[in-house]
Design a protein around this ligand. Structure first.
Ligand code: CA
Length: 282
């Protein structure tokens, strides 16, 4: 039931292969610890929690840290990430300090430089105090990762990434479960007209364009009609289409959109219906 709801909600971001091993903490090694994960610091334990089967609990004390990490399948460094990554975790906390200057419980895409030093993190989930089980999701893009990499000195690159739960200098506890990481394709180009039908009395139609990337140029070619329309630097997602010279009937509008680097983002065809304006008939 829940699975159906999740799949519908993610329809715009089609799911790919799962890049996390044992994200639900259901498989255990002979020593009783969950496979695929590495515990760092003190006080990390596998628990049969009030969650979905197994989970992992991290308990901290002042002056120590507890962490749990896993590399991402097929991805070692930031440069290996070519498409957006959707990262998700189910998490709860208890007794974590609510003071902003005392850290927090977090689950992140965590980076170390080529010398193994901490080089920043993009938080998927962060919580203080007592929080109930909740699923947190973040999509990270190759562009924001590149920006993060650019802040690191050249000789310290490339940045190595991992998924990591972290509880630092904290007396409380955090639990994690259902960790997921998938490569996702940006949504396809989507184009539509602002109305279902126009008349010969209409001078313009509004074309609405949506893509995952910023775009700056669209060309529109209308079949059976007069001429191609071209838009440069059309702005964010919509432009005006002049209808002068088009005959009544149904026309195919082929829209091609290019991003700010000139790369084609795709093509789409929408039907443009023009009926005779009743006032024109008289
Ligand atoms: Ca579980």
């Amino acid at each position: 039931m829940n699975k159906t709801i999740v799949l519908i909600a993610l329809a715009a971001w089609p799911a790919a292969a799962q890049l996390v091993e044992n994200g639900g903490f259901d498989a255990l090694r002979p020593d009783g610890q969950p496979t695929g994960w590495t515990a760092l610091g003190a006080n990390v334990q596998y628990v049969t929690a009030d969650s979905e089967g197994g989970a992992c609990r991290l308990s901290g004390t002042q002056g120590t840290f507890a962490a749990l990490a896993q590399g991402i399948r097929g991805i070692k460094t930031i440069g290996d990430i070519k498409t957006p990554l959707r990262i998700s975790v189910r998490m709860r906390t208890e007794g974590v300090s609510a003071k902003p200057d005392e850290g927090e419980a977090s689950f992140s895409l965590w980076f170390t430089d080529n010398k193994g030093r901490n080089a920043g993190a993009l938080a998927v989930a962060a919580a203080r105090g007592d929080t109930p089980w909740k699923q947190y999701t973040r999509v990270v893009t190759p562009e924001e990762l590149r920006a993060l990499s650019d802040q690191t000195k050249e000789e310290d690159r490339p940045l190595v990434c991992a998924l990591r739960a972290n509880l630092c200098n904290q007396p409380g506890s955090m639990w994690v479960d259902r960790v997921e990481c998938e490569e996702v394709e940006p949504p396809a180009l989507s184009c539509r007209l602002d109305r279902g039908e126009y008349t010969t009395g209409d001078k313009y139609a509004r074309l609405l364009i949506a893509t995952a990337a910023p775009w700056h140029k669209a060309t529109v070619t209308i079949s059976g009609g007069s001429r191609p329309f071209q838009f440069d630097n059309a702005g964010e997602g919509s432009c005006t289409l002049a209808l002068g010279g088009l005959t009544p009937g149904e026309h195919d509008c082929e829209i091609k959109v290019f991003d700010t680097t000139g790369k084609a983002l795709g093509a789409s065809i929408v039907k443009l219906k023009i009926s005779v304006d009743p006032f024109d008939q008289q």
